[in-house]
Design a protein around this ligand. Sequence first.
Ligand SMILES: Cc1ncc(COP(=O)(O)O)c(C=O)c1O
Length: 401
Amino acid sequence: MPRSPFLSSRLQGFGTTIFAEMSALAVRTGAINLGQGFPDTDGPAEVSEAAIAAIRAGVNQYPPGPGTDDLLSAISEHQRRFWNLEFDPASEVLVTAGATEALAATMFALCETGDEVIAFDPTYDSYGAGVAMAGARLRGVLLRPEPRPGGGFRFGFDPDELRRAFNPKTRLLLLNSPHNPTGKVFDQDELQLIADLCQEHDVIAVTDEVYEHLVFGGHAHRPLAGFPGMAERTLTVSSGGKTFSFTGWKIGWVCGPAPLVAAVRTAKQFLTFVNGAPFQPAIAVGLRLGDDYFTRFAADLQAKRDLFGGYLTTAGFDVLAPEGTYFITVDIRQRSKSGPDPVDHTVAFCLGLPEKAGVVAVPSSVFYQDQRDGQHLARFCFAKNDALLIEAGERLVAAFG
Ligand SMILES: Cc1ncc(COP(=O)(O)O)c(C=O)c1O
């Protein structure tokens, strides 16, 4: 990426994301956009009606700094109901402008210049920039597709590589599970190892759990804060965007021990101070919906994964079926004829896909520290209505099958 003359040295290399380019391509070519990660249908009517009612009732001025009392209580109740985690709404929960702000404020609050933050690579794209803006350094631990005993693939990591990543400069371990872009849900043994290493090296864990309710049959979400010895050193981050299909509302939160949350609050108050007054009561309604909402939501998405994944397989791709999230990854090597430069492999493939198949995907390489690690992987978002997924699937089969 060329150097920008105006951008500070901290942010060199973080230019416009590929998402903007791919979305523009989708508009230009009329292709079905399965690139960016957002659903094409609104979430529950009770939740949107609550926001409309709040606006009409005049809930339109700055809410309290930490979040409204009602939302803080709803977050705390939700953490107890689903994950058996206890947080005092008054001192151990903070409402933020999406999970993105919670993560950025955490890094700004807790990192000194030169500190290291461990994260599994590939990462959601805000991590690298957030770490850089905090003056810290991201230390990646690679997730690689590994053959699954029963067939297919699962993303795994080398435990020794994780062990080696910890050093005296390590301040935070940033864990995203369920994981974007791979769809990996970290299992009990993997989480136990992470918990053990954080305690051994006195490292604070920050968990990004925005896909906590998007987990498919046979897998379970386990918050790291629930592991013995972790509650006192973990900040648990999530948001209402993915769970309730209102990604544009940007109501997020962070929960953890009072002194850590207080530190994050200090940074947060100078970033956005507060946000989303009428959306806060609405997300509280969402968090208190019955269990059936959450179960049905995951089951619907699992059906979409299987529907679209079936087309990808028929089209001849090796499919890395996700255990959670609404992203599905394919290995394009069987089906790509895109030029000799291996680094640009998936980028070239995805740039050509709208014309070849009328579908937009994202080159997974952009999520990796070293783009060569993801050069043969592409990511599709399947949080779309079935008719659109069928249309996209049929186009891919016609183009590649
Ligand atoms: C892993 C991950 N974390 C955080 C976010 C952003 O969450 P929010 O919209 O609540 O800021 C996303 C959105 O795609 C994500 O995939």
